[in-house]
Design a protein around this ligand. Structure first.
Ligand SMILES: [Zn+2]
Length: 287
């Protein structure tokens, strides 16, 4: 499962290795740095040149955060229907399922994080822009319920353009449903950590993404409710430089910390141990 963490085996340099086929090259979207894919992957898909955090799939985040071999998927059988008969929604769902997988725009798993049991939900932007419909809300609610039952901390990694318009008001209701289960966790003093990645916008930012006991964000992530053009038109003012980035939100008290992808696991582990009063993990050192 943790395919991208595979240890490099020392290899003898061979002449033919110089001939790298063209399809293994990848280019950084931010700075244009070109490198072989493996090098990006080994660096958790953070550009080795400019530190740009590239978008990755939900399962990759689960593998970054959780201990090797501990990841177990939950809520596997929930599927989107087309409750409103929205034009072309069924076809789009079918296409997304084929290209991005059957789990809709969120992956929910249970596993160990630095030897601590946790529940983790990761949104998947590859599935219809990470849009939040009934399945996303239901999976979060059920995973939250598991956290209530077992007293496991909950972690949600967000990547979303917002509510899924094809499910209309049913999408908006997921904001309340997710918030309700988070309130129950708060009452029971079970920690919830929210991690914001690029982008976290719309209804997701207006509900569970901003309700964490601790809110972390990846460097450079775009985080906001409405887009800058809409805000500009509404308030009739120029927007400040860097508006709606993780760093801007940190400066204005909306997020608690901007954390490099490589530091996510130790940071979350440390936070959870602090919140639950557990001693530091044995042998844990900062990488
Ligand atoms: Zn770059």
């Amino acid at each position: 499962m943790a395919w991208f963490r595979k240890e490099k085996k020392p290899r003898q340099p061979r002449r033919e290795r110089l001939e790298i086929p063209p399809d293994v090259w990848e280019k950084c979207e931010a700075c244009g740095h070109t490198d072989i894919r493996e090098k990006f992957v080994r660096n958790l898909n953070v550009c080795p040149e400019c530190d740009f955090h590239r978008r990755i799939r939900a399962l990759e985040y689960a593998n970054i955060l959780l201990d090797d071999g501990s990841v177990e998927e939950t809520e596997v059988d929930i599927r989107s229907t087309d409750p409103l008969g929205f034009p072309e929604y069924s076809a789009r769902l079918k296409k997304a399922t084929t290209t991005a997988g059957e789990g809709d725009a969120i992956l929910t798993v249970t596993g160990m994080l630095t030897a601590m049991p946790v529940n983790l939900a990761v949104m998947d932007f590859a599935f219809m822009g990470g849009s939040m419909g009934s399945v996303v809300g239901e999976k979060i609610a059920r995973l939250g319920q598991r956290s209530l039952e077992k007293k496991y901390p909950l972690i949600i990694i967000s990547a979303s353009g917002g509510a899924r318009m094809q499910e209309g008001v049913l999408s908006l209701m997921q904001m309340a449903k997710a918030s309700a289960v988070l309130a129950q966790l708060a009452e029971r003093r079970i920690p919830y950590i929210s991690i914001l990645t690029n982008p976290t916008t719309g209804g997701v930012s207006a509900s569970y993404a901003m309700l964490g006991d601790a809110i972390l964000a990846e460097p450079g992530a775009v985080i906001g409710f409405a887009g800058p053009r809409v805000i500009k038109q509404t308030i009739g003012q120029e927007l400040p430089e860097g508006f709606q980035t993780a760093e801007f939100l940190l400066d204005h008290g909306m997020v608690d910390s901007v954390v490099h992808r490589r530091q996510l696991k130790p940071t979350v582990g440390q936070l959870l141990r602090h919140m639950t009063g557990k001693p530091a993990a044995a042998g844990w050192t900062s990488p």
